[in-house]
Design a protein around this ligand. Structure first.
Ligand SMILES: NC(=O)c1ccc[n+]([C@@H]2O[C@H](COP(=O)([O-])OP(=O)(O)OC[C@H]3O[C@@H](n4cnc5c(N)ncnc54)[C@H](OP(=O)(O)O)[C@@H]3O)[C@@H](O)[C@H]2O)c1
Length: 384
């Protein structure tokens, strides 16, 4: 049996990973974690009986253990250090990091420093710490298998290709629920409108990021670190059907694409089975039934987040950390109905303007800047 550590087991990717795991017969769930969904993780623990569980808050401990059957006595870790500790356990065949946000960085780092293969859904790890994680993974020869569907597609497409023959990585974007809206039309959209993604059922933070196009911006930076192509070789195209998960262009002009049903269980299974292939979980993609595959350019004026992400990625020097931290706080404020939808990008822009460069290469340096910017963003939001 292979051992899996699943961080963020109560989230959208976490639950879909458990669904995949139930279909595979050679994986043992060694550890799970959540932030606050105690009821959910208790049920998962009782069902899968992992040896380790990590939760954030000690006051949830009693509630967690409420219905544990006699004889089931997992080791329970508390707080952010617990998530990182799970990622670094011994005898682990893969860590899937499905935590949302910058909180995923330390676990990603710990997985790699402990030589544990990483199945990466947590894109924010690479957005804020790609300069730390990727050289370390290379030095220690630890595999990172991308679970984000676009990066998983590109990972598959690049397999066996000579890098010099690849001229462009092309990330597809659905455009989100407000694709085609004008600047005036998005002024008054509600939280409920923004959460209603047309093709994917995801956690609330990534759903809002998809609506602002920040998700694609974060993915551009993620692609830069994962595949090590320069930003001018990473393009974004709107493809509303989400059938093509991404493409690569070769120097002779040929474009290769990965197509499939929009179902995250496919890239999750891919990561768990790699380099083998599993059976079809998502259902056959019937090309006869697909009437159209459409493409469009992103509307960068109405959705400025994508440009801010490109510029932050190109600038380096802490800008991606600022972009991500400001975005996380602004998205939370929008979800809490403290600011409007278009304020999200305005807040991020203000925070980027306040930053004046520097070197952020160690875990502590990155986490300190992340913390500072989050606090400063809260103050800026009070003035909105
Ligand atoms: N959902 C998708 O289809 C999808 C696709 C591609 C990439 N991704 C990426 O995968 C990651 C997870 O996305 P998701 O949609 O699954 O998110 P989600 O549904 O919000 O789940 C997030 C998970 O992380 C836990 N968590 C939240 N805050 C935490 C913290 N501060 N420290 C430790 N754990 C924390 C949550 O626990 P609680 O349940 O207790 O809050 C939950 O288990 C994100 O980086 C996202 O961009 C998601």
């Amino acid at each position: 049996m292979k051992n899996l550590v699943l961080l963020g087991s109560t989230g959208s990717i976490g639950e879909q990973t458990l669904d995949v795991l139930e279909r595979l017969d050679n994986w043992n769930l060694k550890a799970i974690s959540c932030y606050k969904s105690i009821d959910k993780i208790r049920k998962q623990a009782i069902k899968f009986r992992p040896d380790y569980i990590a939760i954030y808050d000690e006051t949830d401990l009693k509630e967690l253990k409420k219905d544990f059957p006699i004889g089931y006595d997992p080791e329970i870790l508390i707080g952010a250090s617990g998530f990182a500790e799970l990622a670094g356990l011994n005898n682990v065949d893969m860590v899937i990091n499905a935590i949302v946000g910058a909180a995923g960085l330390e676990p990603s780092y710990n997985a790699i420093i402990s030589n544990n293969k990483l199945g990466l859904a947590n894109k924010e790890s690479l957005v804020i710490g790609g300069n730390l994680i990727i050289p370390l993974a290379r030095e220690k020869n630890v595999d990172i298998i991308p679970i984000d569907s676009e990066h998983n597609a590109i990972f598959q497409l690049l397999d066996g290709k000579d890098r010099d023959q690849v001229s462009q990585l092309i990330l597809t974007a659905s455009g989100g629920p407000f694709y085609g809206y004008t600047a005036e039309e998005i002024e008054d959209v509600t939280v409920e409108d923004a959460l209603a993604h047309p093709n994917w059922d995801m956690g609330s933070k990534i759903s809002i990021d998809s609506a602002t196009l920040m998700n694609k911006g974060l993915e551009v930076i993620e692609a830069y670190w994962l595949f090590e192509y320069s930003y001018d070789k990473i393009d974004v195209v709107i493809h509303p059907q989400s059938i093509i998960h991404s493409m690569i262009e070769l120097i002779d002009g040929s474009i290769l694409a990965e197509l499939g049903t929009a179902d995250m269980r496919t890239p999750i299974q891919y990561a768990l089975k790699y380099p083998d292939r599993g059976s079809n979980i998502a259902g056959k993609l019937n090309l006869n039934e697909i009437s159209r595959l459409e493409f469009d350019s992103p509307d960068l004026e109405t959705f400025p987040a994508l440009t801010m992400a490109y510029e932050s990625g190109k600038s380096g020097k802490g800008y991606p950390i600022v972009l991500n931290a400001a975005n996380e706080i602004a998205v939370k404020a929008f979800l809490d109905k403290r600011i409007g939808f278009t304020d999200i990008s305005k807040v991020i822009s203000k925070m980027l303007d306040k930053h004046n460069s520097g070197e952020f290469n160690t875990l502590d340096e990155i986490l300190n800047l992340n913390r500072t910017v989050r606090n400063m963003t809260e103050e800026v939001i009070l003035t909105c």
